[in-house]
Design a protein around this ligand. Sequence first.
Ligand code: ADP
Ligand code: MG
Length: 266
Amino acid sequence: MTHGLNILSINGISISFGGLKALSDVNVHVMKNTVHGIIGPNGAGKSTLFNVITGLTKPDSGDIFLEGTKLPHIKPHQLVPLGISRTFQNIRLFKEMTVLDNVLIGQHVHTPTPIISILLNGRKSNEYEKISREKAIEALEFMGIEDKMNDIVKNLAYGQQRLVEFARALAAQPKIILLDEPAAGMNPTEKVNLLSIIGKLRDKGYTLILIEHDMKLVMNICDNISVLDHGKIIAQGQPEVVRKNPDFISAYLGKGENLNARNKRN
Ligand SMILES: Nc1ncnc2c1ncn2[C@@H]1O[C@H](COP(=O)(O)OP(=O)(O)O)[C@@H](O)[C@H]1O
Ligand SMILES: [Mg+2]
């Protein structure tokens, strides 16, 4: 593993759905200010791991530590103030709303409830709105889609919709951003752009956890990688180490450089 400060520790997470063990004693340590890849074939448990981290799914056992503090069993909306935000494998946007409104939704948790703020100080509430708007536009600028901010989401290309979701996660001012297959459905040019955005965020001090099938992309951008197969971690470490891991090789032997080759047969 790349050494540094541990920001997120996933300790002994297990969860079954009926008879299916979706995650078995999963241990992952994410270092601050790195890009950490989670790879593995379809059904390996990658999205389930994100759901456990973000409180959508309660594990049967195990704990998550954020900067050394055990996360209580929280609801997803309680997570953003703690510094974790995410995107979804299947884009979750309000398709009939504007790009800007979708991004603004991601940070409402930072503003006090309107009624309280109005009672306390009307001007302060306006101030919060102004800051939220600034943060949202800043995030859209970072993604390079600020010119689309007044467009209705459904009119955007698929790759751009992914960036809107990414912008929403970023505008929430997290420490850690979880990206569930952000490159899915993107063309090669959009993927290159995505890579550069992720790299720039790491340069700015963010920590990113990336679920991704495109092995070239993963090997290029990730500082560390955890490989899941049938709910178990089968290999872990820096890309060049994982690449040589016999379990990794045997899991993907003959599957080419792209895990999609295996996924498509499932
Ligand atoms: N809420 C759920 N109820 C039942 N089974 C689930 C649920 N979520 C995921 N699974 C199952 O758990 C396994 C892991 O799924 P998932 O985490 O989505 O895999 P991945 O993201 O790696 O493709 C799959 O077999 C999937 O069908
Ligand atoms: Mg998934």
